[in-house]
Design a protein around this ligand. Structure first.
Ligand code: ATP
Length: 246
């Protein structure tokens, strides 16, 4: 098992300070602040339109906040190249896969982009890890939604990122692939990666987390250790909290 070096001893793995985002008149984020220590696994829940995807996109530098700042391992997340880009992995609604390339070619492309060594073996392991070794030569455009999602998981983790952002990663996965993803998430947690998981699946989200936050209308309305969450009562508590906040 590779355990991640915590990076700078003082800097949090992820830090958001008063992050706001407006899309025209729409306030998607209204001042989100939090800090994640290296190795923490945070699950973020929230209803449709709460601004969770917007937050993840800001955390990984894909979208610029209207106000506030984000740091990854002490480095400001801003436009342009920075060491932080190689330290993060994002699985989003977009797969970032090239439909006209095969599964293996897609991963080889990303391996080259990240200048990773032993590319062929690495790609093969990654394909095996998501159960797609048999389909390595097939074009991604011929893949089902779930197969594309599996490959997207492999792409996200190919460069061994220390900080992983996952936006509804269970989307489109069959139970077998969901179980495979659970094992991958468990491995990330055991390796002390820092993870932010956004999901609508309360039980799966709670299973991995050591911290649980709820976002409603662009604000965090709770942020607590997993240990203080009663899993059996969480669905009701969550529904009540969301209803009170909307
Ligand atoms: P879901 O659970 O449905 O995926 P979410 O919590 O991820 O929702 P976001 O996708 O971040 O929510 O959207 C938050 C708000 O920002 C919504 O009102 C949405 O319409 C708006 N929004 C998001 N992206 C854009 C955009 N590119 N342009 C305009 N408005 C946007």
């Amino acid at each position: 098992m590779t355990t991640v070096d915590a990076g700078s001893a003082t800097a949090p793995a992820v830090e958001a300070r008063q992050v706001e985002k407006r899309y025209g008149p729409v306030p998607a984020l209204r001042g989100v602040s939090f800090s994640l220590a290296a190795g923490e696994f945070l699950t973020l829940f929230g209803p449709n339109g709460a601004g969770k995807t917007t937050l993840l996109r800001i955390l990984c530098g894909a979208v610029r906040p209207t106000r506030g700042s984000v740091h990854v391992e002490g480095e400001p997340v801003a436009d342009g190249e920075g060491g932080w880009r190689r330290r993060i992995g994002l699985l989003s609604h977009q797969t970032f896969l090239y439909p006209g390339l095969s599964a293996a070619e897609n991963l080889e492309f990303y391996a080259k982009l990240y200048d990773l060594p032993d590319r062929r073996a690495l790609v093969e392991r990654a394909l095996e890890g998501v159960g797609l070794a048999e389909r390595r030569g097939d074009l991604v455009r011929t893949f089902s939604r779930g197969m594309q999602q599996r490959l997207a998981v492999a792409r996200t983790l190919l460069h061994d990122p220390a900080v992983v952002f996952l936006d509804e990663p269970y989307t489109g996965l069959d139970p077998h692939a969901a179980a495979m993803l659970n094992r991958t998430l468990a491995r990330l947690r055991d390796e002390r990666r820092t993870v932010v998981l956004v999901t609508h699946n309360l039980s799966q989200g709670l299973e991995m987390a050591d911290r649980v936050a709820v976002q409603v209308r662009g604000r965090w309305i709770s942020d607590e250790p997993r240990g203080s969450v009663d899993a059996a009562a969480f669905e009701r508590v969550y529904t009540d909290r969301v209803a009170a906040a909307v």
